[in-house]
Write a protein that binds this ligand. Structure first.
Ligand code: ADP
Ligand code: MN
Ligand code: MN
Ligand code: MN
Ligand code: MN
Length: 369
């Protein structure tokens, strides 16, 4: 039986970048634009992308043509009926190609024009439309882990472990944080693209990092987070480093990775909005299981490894809430409690969650009931 070989080192990292650097400076013919269409594949976690030349400069997403791809190669259809449609839903500037070149986020439709199984955006968009008078905002904290090609966290000793957690969170220094270049490049790339990235920090486990997107209104939260993930994988590719969104990449006494979702409505942000926040928490407490099912791509299975009640998490089995409590399912930030308005933080979503599923669940439970 053939076995999968494990590469010690990335072929990408070994490539000399001088020639591509020169070629990328060559001007394109006038009115030629390269558009990279990006979509979620049949895993519901991984992204795919392919490029095409446009002979006009698109000004709005509605200028962009629909396209298609071979869904049988992305776990999204049978080979005998494999054309799957790409519908452009959001357009960003392309930080890799610069100029007028674009990144195009798409959602996916089957041969019969029904959303594919992993197209969670269609239902999310409907919920956001129904809730729009409440002006829902989301800020998502995306935690992630950098890996070597062999699957071990980047920079970790090959035959042992780094020292215990403590010095790494928001750390500075060569023995505290690894691959800050990726974090920095990703931050710039997101800002250039037009993504509302609001910050970054090194996390508790070495080679684990976080960035935040938001606050974003409605469906744009999911759109921007997905494109920010694409940019992260794409930047790390250049360095020969792998990004994993696995919620517990290292078993044992190492923190897992989540995607805390900060959520507010217009009335929560208004004076005395704390009353609305408390009402929302009460509704959430009655739908715990439903939310756990929506908060990772395997119906709660992935989060089982992470939500243990240890390592700054709550137990997956119980709902809890509290002010400034990092061991609760839902936390009211201290400043929100003091100002009596603002937002709540749902700490349950897994790092590999689909933000469309998470934001839809929050809006359906808290706003649409
Ligand atoms: P933490 O203290 O949990 O680490 P972060 O600073 O990492 O918090 O992230 C907080 C997130 O909350 C940011 O993405 C921010 O944009 C978002 N946020 C701030 N105010 C609101 C609000 N009113 N509604 C929704 N999200 C908000
Ligand atoms: Mn072909
Ligand atoms: Mn954070
Ligand atoms: Mn964090
Ligand atoms: Mn948080």
């Amino acid at each position: 039986m053939a076995s999968h070989g494990v590469l010690e080192n990335s072929p990408n990292a070994a490539i000399n970048k001088a020639v591509i650097g020169r070629l990328m400076e060559l001007p394109l013919p006038p009115n030629k634009v390269l558009a990279t269409y990006v979509w979620i594949d049949g895993t519901g976690e991984n992204l795919r992308a392919k490029s095409r030349t446009l002979d006009f400069i698109p000004k709005a997403v509605s200028d962009l043509p629909e396209w298609n791809y071979d869904g049988s190669s992305t776990y999204q259809s049978e080979g005998s009926n494999s054309d799957t449609y790409l519908r452009p839903v959001a357009m960003y500037r392309d930080p890799f190609r610069g100029g007028e070149n674009k990144l195009v986020l798409c959602d996916t439709y089957k041969y019969n024009k029904k959303p594919t199984e992993t197209n969670r955006r269609a239902a999310c968009a409907a919920a956001m439309e129904a809730a729009k008078e409440h002006v829902p905002w989301f800020g998502i904290e995306q935690e992630y882990t950098l890996l070597d090609m062999d699957g071990r966290p980047f920079g970790w000793p090959k035959n042992g472990f780094p020292g215990p957690q403590g010095p790494y969170y928001c750390g500075v220094g060569a023995n505290k944080v690894y691959a800050r270049d990726i974090v920095e490049a990703h931050y710039r790339a997101c800002l250039y693209a037009g993504i509302n990235i609001s910050g970054e920090n090194a996390e508790v486990m070495p080679s684990q990092w976080e960035f935040q997107v938001g606050p974003c209104e409605g469906i744009s939260a999911g759109d921007e987070l997905w494109m920010a993930r694409f940019l992260l994988h794409r930047v790390a590719e250049e360095y020969g480093i792998v990004v994993t969104l696995d919620p517990k990449p290292m078993p044992g006494d190492w923190n897992g990775a989540g995607a805390h979702c900060n959520f507010s409505t217009k009335s929560m942000r208004a004076d005395n909005g704390i009353l609305e926040i408390e009402k929302a928490i009460d509704k959430l407490s009655k739908q715990h299981l439903r939310h756990i099912q929506a908060y990772d791509p395997h119906g709660g299975k992935d989060n089982e490894r992470r939500l243990t009640g240890r390592h700054e998490t709550s137990s997956i089995h119980d709902f809890s809430a509290g002010v400034a409590n990092r061991g609760a399912s839902v936390r009211i930030p201290r400043a929100v409690a003091e100002e009596k308005k603002g937002y709540l933080e749902d700490r349950r979503p897994s790092s590999n969650c689909d933000p469309y599923a998470v934001t839809e669940a929050l809006v359906r439970t808290c706003v649409l009931e």
